[in-house]
Design a protein around this ligand. Sequence first.
Ligand SMILES: [Fe+2]
Length: 403
Amino acid sequence: MLTAIHPAREMLALRLQDARARTDELFSIIHPAAIYRRPVPERHRLIFYMGHLEAFDWNQICRRALDVPSFQPEFDRLFEFGIDPEPGRAPADTEADWPSRDQVGQYNRKTRQIVDDRLADAPEEILHVAIEHRLMHAETFAYLLHNLPYQDKLAPKASLSPAGPPPDSSWIAIPAGQAVLGQKRGDGFGWDNEFEAHAATAAAFRLAKHKVTNSEFLEFVNSGGPAPHYWVARGGQWLYRAMFREVPLPLDWPVFVTGEQAVAYAHWRGKRLMSEAEFHRAVGNRLYPWGDSPPTPERGNFDFTRWDPEPVNATPGGDSEHGVSQLVGNGWEWTSTVFTPFAGFQAFPFYPGYSANFFDGRHYVLKGGSPRTAACLLRKSFRNWFRPNYPYVHASFRLAEDC
Ligand SMILES: [Fe+2]
């Protein structure tokens, strides 16, 4: 019996099934007529992602790792790569350039069947890559859905987090010391950019206990600062464009902003963003800010429990040993660190561009996680990166200052 012989492989097969259910759920939210829409100009049409997840699994597991002959090579290529153009250089394809939803559905069903038949032969690392790739897309696809007009979405039953007591604006001193970045080879799966593990010395600094809220950012907007992408002004009031409806601006939620807006706000307050090493100092030496126990909803807002943020002070159970709140979940955190490789970086030979295509000095590291970040991606060594002017990511920030 497979379970008795290969329990690790069986676990990966189950995780792949779970991840598929997660992404299938996302496509079931799109109104059928909206599948060719392109809600974010710098990304592909939605139909691409429907084919991309299976094409990726096919190309990695069947084609590259196991040399299985392709049954539909033109789809393997059409759906192989996503895009990240300079802002304003959006692709110019038309709906007619893409196959029908039924054709993509057939390709997907057949791909899953063959992948599942061959799963026992696939290298474990490639299965991790397939699972995490899919879960990362489950998150970035949620950004696309967030930008899709409400009439194009079928809202699941979900309630918004209620407001609580206003967050305090306290600061926490983090002593000077060494931060360990990255992970050791052999300690489990990690993407190419998570290696090698190394220590970085950080000077003492002070960090805001909470992420910057909509309320705090509103003061900046009222004094002439730029309005965040998900805010909309109606009748002289700011509303927040939540995933499935507009709501009065939730004052105690973290503000989602671009990296440039985060830096501008910090300067306006006479502060700065934290660096990637400072994030690690703030988290501490345990697996997660709260310790070594696995992520659960009382620790933070992540792993698809919610579609939208919750108040910045809603989850004290996730505080770090120094008392910093929500270092993980409720919005990625912009850092001041440019995305570059760690010493000893080696690209995956089977996916050479995963990180290396973005070591261009134009992407910044984000840490932590958003409401739609899968639990397995909350590991401390995981690094996310975006252009500092990309407005669609669920990214927050907090203020730091020198001691
Ligand atoms: Fe992808």
